[in-house]
Design a protein around this ligand. Sequence first.
Ligand SMILES: [Zn+2]
Length: 485
Amino acid sequence: MYIKLIKITGLLILLLLIVLIVKTFNYKSKQVAYKLIKPVPVSSHCIQHLSDAVKIKTISYDEPSKFDSAAFNNLISFIQKTYPLSDSKLQKTIINKFSLLYKWEGRDTSLKPIILMGHMDVVPADEENKKWDFQPFGGEITEEYICGRGTLDDKVNVIGILEAVEMLLSENFKPSRTIYLAFGHDEEIGGENGAKKIAEYLEFQHVNAEFILDEGLVITRGVVPGLLPDVALIGVSEKGYLSVELSVETEGGHSSMPAKETTIGILSAAICKLEKYPMKPLISEPVQQFLDYVGPEMPFFLKLAFANQWLLKSFIISKYEASGSGNATVRTTTAPTIFKSGVKENVMPSTATATINFRILPGETFDDIITHIEKTVKDSRIKIKRIGHGNEAAKVSDIHSLGFMQIEKTIKQVFKNTLTAPSLMIAGTDEKHYSKISSNLFRFLPCVFNSDDLKRIHGVNEKIGIDNFKNCVRFYQLFILNTCE
Ligand SMILES: [Zn+2]
């Protein structure tokens, strides 16, 4: 009897192994094959141009009173002077005083236009901070780097696009389809006055774009575990954003006779529950696409796991959940950010409020979050209210669309030995304002970032390699040719 059982178990294990291995061998690469193209010469003036742009302190502050309009005007004049062909041959519209929109009229009006985006503002940099090896707004150029705030986020992008457009204009290139360049001035504080206004203007003009390409994910080096080659991550969606205020009101009273349950205690208990029971993890569509693209490129055992997600999905999710960024990739996150209560040490507060910020996975909605809070907190004394500007998770853009395919192709042509993969953007971009202008929104900056570079975004010692920046210009030049020749 036992021997029979052992035999059957052995047979089942063998069968399972065969299935796992067959699935692994049938797990085909999704990488497209395009030949690397000989790099086009890029004028070294572009280095000085990026450095000069960095010197203009177009900083976005949370406090509107700190806004320096002169700096933003300077950047607009700088662009006008530095890119005379773009400024004269393209139709320029200044939106809401400080944002820029250029229209490069296409030869064929039956083709839908495309939009290339970037933002002209940067986050502040503490200039007294001794951790900076150079002046954050000095625009220092060394043998290898262009240094300062904006060299990774996002002046590199704005200047990269303009360099490419100016190059093409100097060669008398005329695009088949219309190209818009849209540069907002307040992305770092939500884009309400910049990108949102540009999008409203475009909507008013009935612009329906084939696709839009904005900053976002990058070509990662040594960042995707298990993969040696660089991996270009193309953001096909971005997480949503919702802040919710929880509040509770009680009688209050004297602290010498506290009630059994206090205002602060009730609200704290609610927050603890939300932390303990977050939204369930899930593999959203863009993350599934990421797995499908990188899985076949992995070394054997990882490839086996990716090829057999029917069996090993929970293992993959648990790996993601182990790190903060991984967890944010597979889950709508819950972040209590503000707690307010109490006015005096011997007075029981009668009110307490807390703000919780949720970043929502594609596939989940505001309503799902509110239902989740109600079900988890299960306390009728807690009032739940949506606050601030929220946005639902972005619709997932089509990876079979022209935009995605041309981004993939251009990456392969410009960047040697680089894998491509659709992916989910955890942070937000200005594209959240463009959902009515196109259904294909992509978030990708054509620059190579290693893990140190990733820390420098919004951090200290922001700088970009000169060759890295030149390849960014090459990417845009070729991308325009690929999509608009
Ligand atoms: Zn940015």
